[in-house]
Design a protein around this ligand. Sequence first.
Ligand code: NAD
Ligand code: DAU
Length: 332
Amino acid sequence: MANYLVTGGAGFIGSNFVHQVLGTTGHSVTVLDALTYAGNRASLEGLPVDRFSFVQGDIADPDVVNDLVAAADVVVHFAAESHNDNSLRDPSPFIRTNLVGTFTLLEAARHHEVRYHHISTDEVYGDLELDDPGKFTPETAYRPSSPYSASKAGSDHLVRAWVRSFGLEATLSNCSNNYGPYQHVEKFIPRQITNILDGGRPKLYGAGLNVRDWIHVEDHNSAVLQIIEHGRIGETYLIGADGERNNKTVIEAILSLMGQEPDAYDHVNDRPGHDLRYAIDASKLREELGWTPRYRDFESGLAATIQWYRANESWWRPQKAAVEAAYAAQGQ
Ligand code: NAD
Ligand code: DAU
């Protein structure tokens, strides 16, 4: 049984990962999380006390990171500033956490010779045209568009350099858009669900033709576990579940599932530099590691997610007003 150090384990994907690891394996987990606005201790309730511990701290602080990495068998690095719109308002925390934080973890993993898995995003590849039949592959050239995606691209390059120059035992994964429980209300799907629950209307950027490739967070995390256990060192695996939808279609689906008219939404200001389309070719992951997604029907995964936000208002309510105020200030 292994000791996992999970950075960013109080965030959306990290907290789901911790629940999955502790629920499906005998491994132990230590979470290192700074509890920024995006981290929520309540996402980590009900975990087995004998195999779970929590440390509040900054991944860019070498004193905190060193001891925790030394005690771990595997570092799984989820912690990041993760929201594109925030990176357009103020890029500075993205540089510190996503670049300096990753560097700090890599140095500790190198010195203590600890296995490292790096969580990244399909946004490092920039975007595809709407009518392009192609998808991102591990060979696609990096072409990030936003401060967020550029900082994630930089962090990926650091990991590959530490593998090649220092022999770090690392793997990387780049995943498409996740949805599911514990996602912050600043993100597209939870924002629209909670707007409707609040008696308001969904907000669609621009014409809403931008395409995202949706995957349920449990499927992302089952792939991460598979890569940690069976992936080849130094390799990059793309994670996706063939879930392409444009934003307008997703908002209409949410409205219908919540018993509203499908056109009961507002068009708001578009995101500057808004990427058009993401699409993942996950054949390397499927063929080499035999991974398959469990959530094959987006609409039923969405219905379960809506149900989760209905049942967990106390989890999202404290963040909602501030998020909407920040969007309103930008006409979004
Ligand atoms: P999130 O914003 O929900 O959570 C990020 C977590 O990191 C929070 O708990 C926060 O407190 C913590 N954190 C931030 N700065 C920190 C610091 N300096 N030190 C320690 N902890 C810090 O993010 P998410 O959506 O769960 O994304 C997790 C990872 O997955 C990120 O690396 C992101 O780039 C990647 N990713 C996300 C998606 C998606 O759809 N959300 C898709 C692909 C990849
Ligand atoms: O592709 C993976 C990425 O997916 C991750 O790396 C990021 O961490 C994650 O935030 C997500 O990035 P996006 O920018 O694609 O996600 P977001 O939820 O912010 O927006 C999804 C789409 O919906 C995008 O085209 C913008 C649009 N949108 C977003 C919001 C918040 C709207 O139309 N209305 C909204 O209110």
